[in-house]
Design a protein around this ligand. Structure first.
Ligand code: SAM
Length: 290
């Protein structure tokens, strides 16, 4: 793919067998995303937001019939000047890349961003700040939904602990509804979680079906917090549960054994951030936490 310093190429592609199309389509596989450090995001609005917020695009792909779209042409011109390849393609090609009928008319191929977990831990010093940590999250829909919810409450980062599903898979990115471009992501092995804990100036709340603390009984506003959520099938392993300052439980009625992971995360986050979320503002306390 093109060097970032050179102006991007403009290419017209109609054949689904084109090698560039094959390469982009290959990003559906994790091994290719990992090797290239790239991912696919769909939609003009997302591409615009991402490019305006410092995300680097390798390719911007759009349907030929969008060629007269003024805003798209402006976005494409800027992206091209920054080294992005511009691909004007048939709708069939877009469908192959997006792996669906009726694909979005604009698709971007972006460079993944991963943050250092210890830097995230150290920079979370403000009371009320929340970092979400997820133990071996398996389901891409859950992960995308959690990233979207973390964005909605102004959480400062999402930390993936152990072997997690890829936040940059197409399914996870779709479920984030664009929040993947707005939430810092980091990853760490479970065995290194103690290092994160040592660097983190706040407290850690683990959610656990056997937790002894009602999640509503903690005053979350006085410290920075890390919210640690367990794996969908197995819950938190003891190595992580023991690292927590509190193990909290969300009381339930009825016969359900547990809540869905993304729902439980949402319930927790809105409680933890309740005094930072005010009517009439979309980003209280000055927007994104650092
Ligand atoms: N069988 C798993 C277990 O024994 O923990 C259920 C896991 S649950 C589907 C996924 C995660 O959501 C849990 O590990 C926990 O972090 C959180 N969770 C779900 N319901 C909860 C509740 N009522 N109280 C506290 N945490 C809950």
């Amino acid at each position: 793919m093109s060097a970032q310093t050179q102006a991007g190429r403009v290419k017209e592609i109609t054949a689904t067998s084109n090698p560039i199309v094959k390469e982009i389509k290959g990003l559906a596989l994790k091994k290719n995303r990992d090797a290239e450090g790239l991912f696919i995001a769909e939609g003009l609005q997302l591409a615009t937001f991402a490019l305006e917020n410092g995300w680097r695009a390798r390719s911007l792909i759009y349907a030929k019939r969008m060629a007269g779209h003024e805003h798209l042409m402006q976005v494409a011109a800027k992206a091209r000047a920054a080294g992005t390849d511009i691909l004007e393609v048939s709708e069939k090609v877009l469908g192959v890349i997006a792996r669906r009928d009726n694909p979005q008319m604009v698709i971007g191929v972006f460079e993944q961003q991963w943050h250092d977990p210890l830097t995230i831990a150290k920079s979370a010093g403000k009371p009320g700040n929340v970092i979400v940590a997820l133990d071996r999250v398996r389901d891409p829909g859950n992960l995308g939904t959690i990233i979207r919810t973390a964005d909605a409450v102004g959480a400062s980062a999402v930390l993936l602990v152990g072997e997690c599903t890829d936040p940059y898979s197409m399914e996870a990115v779709r479920a984030t509804m664009g929040s993947v471009f707005n939430v810092r992501l980091a990853r760490i092995d479970a065995i290194d979680f103690d290092e994160f804990k040592a660097a983190f100036p706040g407290r850690i709340a683990g959610t656990h079906l056997g937790g002894s603390v009602d999640y509503r009984s903690i005053a979350y506003g006085s410290d920075p917090w890390c919210l640690l959520m367990g794996n969908e099938q197995q819950g938190l392993p003891s190595i992580l549960a023991e690292a927590c300052d509190s193990l909290v439980h969300i009381p339930m009625a009825g016969r359900a054994e547990s809540l869905n992971l993304a729902i439980a995360t949402g319930v927790m986050l809105f409680e933890m951030r309740r005094y930072h979320l005010t009517m009439g503002e979309t980003a209280s306390d000055g927007g994104k936490q650092v």
